[in-house]
Design a protein around this ligand. Structure first.
Ligand code: HEC
Ligand code: HEC
Ligand code: HEC
Ligand code: HEC
Length: 354
């Protein structure tokens, strides 16, 4: 939900003529069940409907959303949800020349055989959205003649090449929705595999951008940021207090992008989203940390104590109370590959050396 879904929509548009494109999605729509993840699941469902999705295969994670939520996701997606568990929603769906089915790891071979049998009866091509990893997918492919494609789950990156097992291709989109996989069906076989990276080269799709903006409004209006869990902590002093003695450090900090980190979010109205704010302020996960610009004006942005830790006691008596030593480790919680792909301690530290 860092906004990639707006680019996904554009990439789907570019795939080819709508009436000859079958777009399928494997969960997981959510991370762990929480109110915000419910909002995400609904938003993704709406966005996928706008992309004219043909089938959304739920995974075990998604099932944790509970029946009422899943029903809502199904409705918002235009009735495109497939679930591996018996219930009110289907586990298969016809789309173009395909019969798309889902399976979880339990009883997967049984589910695959049933899918192939029904596909043969209907003269359709069976493809399976599979809630398990490569090895399990290979076993299913080996055990099930007639299956043509398995889209399996993998916590890492997307397939660069498909794996062929008998007549069945195995591919994975990886996690976090960062790639769109494309295949052409010739009527006989799949060809033309491509993994499309959903990088910033894709413009945002306007309709999905509106759906996304609505999600952000809901995150704000439901006060998600006020509900974050906090650990107890020592009290913070704030940048001004630290800077009053450490003038050199303060002037470097003021010139750095850290000093404008909250404004960066405010510009996009994302400053009240727990998925964003934690890395753009001081101590969001701590009792004494940032709450809002109005309540805690001294803890806005990535401040001294984002890296050095709470230091009110040191500020009161610097000779007696020392600050702990910090180094490269202090950058790690925020400069993660997803948000700072080019991070390198040496070159980054040079820019903020103090
Ligand atoms: C609390 C989270 C957090 C921590 C800890 C943190 N950063 Fe950052 N850093 C950010 C954010 C957020 C930005 C982007 C701010 C913006 O542009 O709005 C950033 C930007 C930067 C930039 C500017 C990048 C550029 O291309 O100019 C540098 C340099 C940097 N950080 C270095 C570091 C170093 C070195 C450390 C560890 C000693 C560190 N940061 C620790 C969150 C953090
Ligand atoms: C895990 C920490 C983390 C989270 C969570 C996070 N950011 Fe950041 N953000 C960073 C860091 C670190 C940078 C600086 C990256 C760099 O320059 O290497 C950054 C930079 C940015 C920038 C400046 C990009 C640029 O190059 O101008 C924007 C905009 C931004 N973040 C928005 C967001 C939004 C919106 C969210 C929530 C959807 C978010 N961030 C969540 C750590 C985070
Ligand atoms: C982005 C993370 C980060 C921010 C923000 C930051 N510092 Fe630092 N600071 C460090 C790191 C890392 C070091 C240690 C660098 C080294 O010597 O390896 C350091 C070193 C220092 C030192 C020298 C410590 C020593 O042992 O000599 C002082 C004093 C200091 N910082 C004060 C501040 C003050 C005051 C602020 C705010 C105005 C601030 N820092 C903001 C990461 C940060
Ligand atoms: C009242 C002035 C004052 C304030 C306020 C202050 N410091 Fe210091 N700080 C000092 C002095 C003096 C030293 C050197 C202590 C020594 O050498 O014995 C020091 C040392 C440090 C060091 C090096 C490690 C150590 O403890 O010797 C760091 C890091 C540091 N300060 C960070 C901060 C941060 C972060 C803040 C804000 C939370 C802050 N300081 C607030 C005066 C201050």
């Amino acid at each position: 939900m860092s906004g990639g879904i707006r680019r996904l929509a554009t990439a789907v548009q570019n795939l080819g003529p709508k009436d000859r494109t079958v777009f399928v999605v494997t969960g997981s729509l959510i991370g762990h069940p929480s109110r915000q993840d419910e909002l995400k699941a609904e938003t993704i469902a709406e966005a996928l409907k706008s992309c004219q999705v043909h089938a959304i295969g739920l995974t075990a994670d998604d099932l944790a959303l509970g029946e009422a939520m899943i029903a809502s996701v199904d409705r918002l997606s235009g009735g495109r949800v497939l679930t591996p568990q018996a219930g009110s929603l289907p586990n298969r769906r016809e789309s173009g020349p395909f019969l798309v089915g889902v399976a979880e790891s339990k009883l997967a071979e049984q589910a695959a055989r049933d899918l192939v049998r029904e596909a043969e009866a209907k003269r359709l091509v069976p493809i399976l959205l599979f809630d398990d990893g490569f090895e399990a997918a290979r076993r299913v492919a080996e055990a099930t003649a007639g299956l043509r494609l398995i889209v399996y789950r993998h916590a890492g990156s997307a397939s660069r090449e498909p794996t062929l097992v008998g007549q069945c291709l195995l591919i994975t989109p990886g996690n976090k929705g960062k790639a769109l996989l494309r295949l052409e069906w010739t009527g006989e076989s799949f060809r033309g595999f491509a993994a499309v990276d959903l990088g910033p080269s894709y413009a945002d799709d306007e309709r999905v951008a509106r759906i996304y903006a609505n999600y952000q409004r809901r995150v704000m209006s439901e006060g998600m940021l006020d509900k974050v869990l906090r650990r107890s902590s020592d009290p913070f002093a704030g940048n001004k207090v630290c800077g009053s003695c450490h003038l050199g450090a303060e002037s470097v900090w003021k010139q750095s992008r850290h000093a404008g980190a909250l404004a960066t979010l405010e510009k996009e109205s994302q400053d009240r989203d727990p998925d964003c704010t934690g890395c753009h302020v001081v101590g969001l996960d701590l009792a004494g940390g940032f709450r809002s610009r109005a309540e805690t004006p001294h803890l806005t942005d990535v401040g001294c104590e984002s890296c050095h830790g709470p230091g009110l006691a040191h500020a009161g008596d610097p000779q007696a109370i020392k600050m702990p030593k910090v180094g490269a480790k202090s950058c790690a919680p925020c400069h993660v590959p997803d948000h700072s792909p080019g991070f390198d301690y040496k070159t980054y530290w040079e820019k903020i050396r103090h």
